[in-house]
Each structure stands twice: as structure tokens, then as C-alpha cells.
Design a protein around this ligand. Structure first.
Ligand code: GDP
Ligand code: K
Ligand code: MG
Length: 272
């Protein structure tokens, strides 16, 4: 059975979409070891059954909260066939920050651009196809609360499930960091770390303690002096790297949205 994970910011409409997809065919449990709620359900399409998982709402995929760790561990170890990234159309810039991190994980992503009714009310217009092309991710507009666009979303999702090959979307973090990522990636590729090397490399540069421990304790990793030195010096530099990585993710988003989103100029509040 293929598995679909729903990922998005809190209040983007994940649970509403989950209900629209699975109807009453769902059950609630807990993630192992924690009290965070785990919702699983199923739907049928063309005689096939698809499993759907509603992941906790998150803004990022770091290791700062239990919710973030649950989401990223599930995406990387549970290996869903596709991630539906629920994006609030009225707040697309901020929501796409999470999308950049899904792209970094190298997983199959489809964006469900939700709250299209609200976006329309606020006169926000998208050049959806151009944004999709720039991000390298398909975008399906939906109104989860009215069950609109769900059929299109299911079709797009199944198309991705049936497609062979991994997505290959390139986010540049600048010449210097890209070089460091490549250096780490080459070494990490020869170990069997259960996580994609490209992702681990970025997380190390961001100073992710959880990933750092995995790398430090792995016995199969060929720790050359060059590598050991690199890792040893890393912790003093990650603050700077982290900031640069955040900025480059936003560059990637702004480049995709540039000229492809029209918003009315927000009227400044007056205090007269
Ligand atoms: P979650 O935190 O991501 O699970 O978000 P929820 O599914 O709980 O939705 C948050 C709120 O947004 C709820 O009040 C929903 O009824 C509402 N909502 C969900 N989808 C839509 C939509 O497409 N349009 C509008 N206007 N409201 C929506
Ligand atoms: K909620
Ligand atoms: Mg929810």
C-alpha cells in the first residue's frame, strides 16, 4: 500500500484535508514514546488503497521540538511515497520555508495550495504554473473546507507515486557553503547513515545537535583527519552558517514568487 504524509504549518488545513481524503476511515493513536497524537486513515482510488498520515503542524524541520523531530523522522525513516505539503495561500512566503526543507530531504513533494477562497477574498493572485516550475514541485489549488480541488490533488499525488526516480531540485546556499556540502556529502555517501547524505550535510552546517551525534557516533564512517578537523571546528561556525542557509532558502522562495504573485498593497493602519 502506498503511503501519503500530510505536512504543513499549524492551521494550514492539514486535518481538514485529512478528513476530506479519508472521511470516517481513520483512527487516532500516539507516536511511539511520546504523547503527540498520530492520525492515520485510508482512501480508495481506482481499486487501490492509499494510507494517509496527518503529521504534527510545524514551521521548520530542525530538532527544536518534539513535533519537528517526529515529522522529520517519519519523512526520512517511515519513507512515505509522497509528502503532501499543505500551504496556506494567504501566507505563502512563510509557508514555503518548510517546503524548502522538504526539498532538501529529497522526497517527493506535491503542494496543496489551500485556503484559495480566502486568497480570492483578499485579491491575492498566483501564477501557479510559474511558481511550480521555479520550485520544481507541482502545485494543486484546493479549498479543503469545501472539499474543492481534492480530486485534482489525488490525481497529482498518484501520478507522483507512480513516477520513477527521485526529484532533483537544486537550492544553492552560495559558493562557499555549496562546496562544504559537497565535501561532507562525499564522505557521508560511503557510510550507511539511514538519512540522505545531502540532508545530513546541511544539518551539520546548521549545527543540528541530533544529527551531529549520529555522525560522531557512527563507527562505519571513514573519519579522515580532514573530516575530523572539519567536524571539530564546525561547532564554532554553525551560527554563521545557519543564518546564511536561512537567507538562501528565502532567496530560493523569493526567486520563485518574484512577479508570480500579485497582492493588493496592504493599507497601513492609521492612528487618528
Ligand atoms: P491544521 O492545524 O493544519 O490541522 O489545520 P485545520 O485543518 O485544523 O484548519 C485550521 C482552520 O482553517 C479550521 O478552522 C478550518 O476549518 C479552516 N480551514 C481549513 N481549510 C480551509 C480552506 O480551504 N478555506 C478556509 N476558509 N478555511 C479553511
Ligand atoms: K489546529
Ligand atoms: Mg491538525
Amino acid at each position: 500500500m502506498s503511503t501519503i504524509a500530510l505536512v504543513g504549518n499549524p492551521n494550514s488545513g492539514k486535518t481538514t484535508l485529512f478528513n476530506a481524503l479519508t472521511g470516517s476511515n481513520q483512527h487516532v493513536g500516539n507516536w511511539p514514546g511520546v504523547t503527540v497524537e498520530k492520525k492515520e486513515g485510508e482512501f480508495k482510488f481506482d481499486k487501490n488503497t492509499y494510507k494517509v498520515i496527518d503529521l504534527p503542524g510545524i514551521y521548520s524541520l530542525g530538532a527544536y521540538s518534539e513535533d519537528e523531530i517526529i515529522a522529520r523522522d517519519y519523512i526520512l525513516k517511515g519513507r512515505p511515497d509522497v509528502v503532501i505539503n499543505v500551504v496556506d495561500a494567504t501566507n505563502i512566503e512563510r509557508n514555503l520555508y518548510l517546503t524548502t526543507q522538504l526539498i532538501e530531504m529529497g522526497v517527493n513533494v506535491v503542494i496543496a495550495l489551500n485556503m484559495m477562497d480566502e486568497a480570492k477574498n483578499r485579491n491575492i493572485k498566483f501564477n501557479k504554473d510559474e511558481i511550480s516550475k521555479k520550485l520544481g514541485v507541482p502545485i494543486v489549488p484546493i479549498i479543503a473546507s469545501k472539499k474543492e480541488g481534492i480530486d485534482n490533488l489525488i490525481k497529482e499525488t498518484i501520478e507522483i507515486i507512480n513516477k520513477t526516480g527521485k526529484p532533483n531540485i537544486h537550492i544553492s546556499y552560495g559558493k562557499d557553503l555549496d562546496k562544504k556540502i559537497d565535501f561532507l556529502k562525499n564522505i557521508l555517501e560511503n557510510a550507511n547513515l539511514n538519512y540522505p547524505p545531502h540532508w545530513i550535510a546541511i544539518k551539520l552546517l546548521e549545527g543540528d545537535k541530533y544529527v551531529y551525534e549520529i555522525v560522531k557516533n557512527d563507527k562505519n564512517l571513514n573519519k579522515s583527519d580532514e573530516f575530523k578537523n572539519f567536524i571539530h571546528n564546525l561547532m564554532d561556525l554553525t551560527e554563521e552558517y545557519e543564518l546564511e542557509i536561512v537567507n538562501r532558502r528565502y532567496d530560493f522562495i523569493n526567486n520563485a514568487l518574484n512577479k508570480n504573485i500579485i497582492k493588493p498593497i496592504e493599507v497601513a493602519e492609521t492612528t487618528t
